[in-house]
Write a protein that binds this ligand. Structure first.
Ligand SMILES: Cc1ncc(COP(=O)(O)O)c(C=O)c1O
Length: 444
């Protein structure tokens, strides 16, 4: 078993001493070897756990559904069974399963009244689907800034973004890190706004004793292939208000009344087809225990990494008080100055060579072209004044916190956190090794 001693632990033990003396034998050994990028032996050559994981024992129920021919939710109970199980798991009164996380967001926004020409305040540091769902609702995604320490929306930057057109706030629990929801809900309440949580990466994360997805008006989840509860594609909405959940059901089912028969041909409201299939639900139900068990393992490993990560230039995230993340990715912020100017891309290469795959976080997606395309479109020009669109476009340059986060955030995937303590020590050892040799790697 490898032993890792953090610098903090060492400083407690010795009043003075060189940093080298602080480190455990395995770290010293790995520091002594040349970086793998420069031809040395890598810290790790073993594979990381694969994702997703399939269990043979799940096949029977999947095959039963396939053979039954009852594939859509209108015939059979599996989707409704999953909805009950997921609502209970999350601690919500109701759940509606959907075709994807994006459709969960679209349905939620429609039902909560986000309309063409409205503005929705959203976190910029997210997967593109958060932006897209707002744009597809013909609303303007208005970005509050990202808190550099938490990587989530900075509540202090929300209020300045509110206009008379603002109808909703969409906090994103990115990487499974809970947003600081109390101040967000407080702002929403004071301004009469709805809160739609993008919890697409935050199954079972919690904040002050409640699960993400139950903290706003509606919560949205994704069960896409890479997610902790995967079924290829899939999503869910959670909520406590029966009327709102009934309307979500109607909208996702072509506008039929909630509880109406499958063949109903009365459409009291607009709608769309955003339904989950039976086979997806069967896959999901069977993975719920596994999700809980793996979440605990990820949390334990992440807590270990957080405790031990005491290396200049590597900043773990800060979580809001009394909250627990579920680590869809495990992010850090990288400070090249503390690594003798080693550029972030080269740090990633060096870590990759050691067998630890770090990947960059999100970039400044609002400059990619989709926002310009939207605001230059005929529809947006009809919906918003020229002055508003001009100001809005210029304001994208003000997101200083987000820019810093985009430039410095790296993350390892959740599958690495499914390893054991020795695997976590590999990550720590590789970080120390690259830090120790950073000047040499930077010069090479
Ligand atoms: C933060 C976030 N929001 C929304 C989505 C959209 O979910 P889906 O891919 O299931 O449509 C995702 C999926 O990756 C996501 O990570």
């Amino acid at each position: 078993m490898k032993i890792h001693v953090s610098r903090r632990a060492f400083m407690r033990k010795t009043a003075v001493g060189s940093a080298a003396m602080a480190l455990a034998p395995t770290i010293l050994t790995s520091q002594a070897t040349r970086p793998a990028l420069l031809g040395g032996a890598p810290v790790r050559t073993r594979e990381w756990p694969n994702w997703p994981i399939w269990r043979q024992e799940w096949e029977q129920k999947v095959i039963q559904v396939m053979r039954s021919g009852s594939w859509w939710r209108g015939r059979g109970e599996h989707v409704a069974d999953f909805e009950r199980a997921y609502a209970e798991l999350i601690g919500a009164k109701r759940c509606l399963a959907t075709a994807s996380g994006t459709t969960a967001l679209l349905v939620s926004m429609h039902v909560l009244g986000v309309d063409a020409g409205d503005e929705v305040i959203v976190s910029p540091f997210t997967f593109i689907a958060s932006y897209n769902s707002i744009l597809l609702s013909r609303a303007l995604p208005v970005f509050a800034d990202t808190d550099v320490e938490t990587l989530t929306i900075d509540p202090q930057t929300i209020e300045a973004k509110i206009t008379e057109r603002t109808t909703a706030i969409m906090p994103v629990h990115i990487y499974g890190l809970p947003c600081d929801m109390d101040p967000i809900n407080d702002i929403a309440k004071r301004h009469g706004l709805v809160v739609i949580e993008d919890a697409c990466q935050a199954w079972l994360a919690d904040y002050k004793g409640k699960k993400c997805g139950t903290l706003g008006d509606l919560g949205c989840f994704s069960f896409q292939n890479s997610k902790h509860l995967p079924t290829g594609e899939g999503g869910a909405i959670t909520g406590d208000d029966d009327l709102i959940m009934d309307r979500c059901h109607s909208f996702h089912n072509c506008g039929r009344a909630y509880g109406a028969s499958n063949g109903a041909t009365q459409y009291f409201t607009r709608g769309s087809n955003r339904r989950m299939q039976q086979v997806q639900a069967v896959m999901l139900i069977q993975q719920i225990d596994k999700l809980q068990e793996e979440t605990r393992r990820r949390q334990e490993n992440a807590a270990y990494l957080m405790r031990q990560l005491d290396l200049p230039g590597i900043h773990p995230v800060r979580l809001p008080e009394n909250s627990r993340a579920v680590w869809h990715l495990f992010p850090i912020r990288y400070d090249a100055e503390q690594f003798n100017g080693l550029p972030i891309a080269k740090f990633v290469q060096a870590m990759d060579a050691e067998g630890i795959p770090f990947r960059p976080g999100y970039h400044e997606l609002y400059f990619d072209g989709l926002i310009d395309e939207a605001i230059q479109s005929r529809g947006y020009k009809r919906l918003f004044s020229e002055q508003r669109l001009k100001e809005y476009r210029e304001s994208l340059h003000d997101l200083q916190g987000n820019r810093q986060v985009c430039k410095t955030t790296l993350a390892i995937g959740q599958n690495l956190l499914l390893g054991d303590k020795e695997d976590m020590d590999d990550i720590l050892n590789a970080l120390h090794k690259i830090h120790h040799h950073s000047a040499e790697i930077a010069r090479a």
